[in-house]
Design a binder for this molecule. Sequence first.
Ligand code: NAD
Length: 244
Amino acid sequence: MGDFDGIAAIVTGGASGIGAATAALLLERGAKVAVLDLTIDAGPERASRIPCDVSDPASVEAAVHAAAFELGGIDVVINNAGIGAGGDVAANDDDEWHRVLDVNVVGMARVARAALPYLRESKRAAIVNTSSVVAVVGVKNRALYSASKGAVSGLTLAMAADHVGEGIRVNAVAPGTADTPWVARLLDQADDPAAMGEALRQRQPMGRLVTADEVAHAIAYLASPLSGSTTGTILSVDGGMAHL
Ligand code: NAD
């Protein structure tokens, strides 16, 4: 028995990293879970795997409706799919700005828009968006990515205000650098991976990376009735980086 028994949850970007850890945790606690991701070859085995590109409106509509059909509704939306972008404000052209904002920001709005009719039918509706510490801390060479996550945090607050009267809670997690395949790829591409790894760890006052499991537990808390009075909150999971 778990605190998500019978609850239907969709997790975007659930094939890897934070999303996969969250999908696995929700399954362990009794939820029915659909993973919506570009790839359906990875992610927890007991989850339904539904192909979805959050930057494609038709794909999102089809995937969210397919998930609701398979799970018998939608109570919880974990809006987690995201991509990175490096460089200062001049490093990326307009096409790249639009591409990253389309995945990281508009993608979350699209998924929420498609899921809202189902959430309105739920007795414990919750949306949890994945923002980032870079929404509130200036980090070099993350201009576009930081803009996208600042938008995710703003979107979270606006959605919380819009839907509080309908019983739909909306919160976000703001991870620091987390030990996921994404960060492993960044380190692989670095000139000096050991030095970069050390710099990433030291940037966080706890002197280590956040684990995907720690972020998953924070997401599960915000999606569960244990946080029943919490909406419009951005929960830091960043080893102290934002506030110490
Ligand atoms: P990851 O690369 O391990 O996983 C991301 C998943 O999103 C992948 O399975 C990928 O296929 C999927 N995805 C990418 N584009 C998609 C699209 N258009 N449609 C559907 N799915 C798509 O990354 P992660 O580290 O687990 O990151 C997950 C979230 O956490 C992202 O939103 C990221 O911005 C955020 N985040 C990560 C860190 C970190 O240090 N890892 C820190 C702060 C925030």
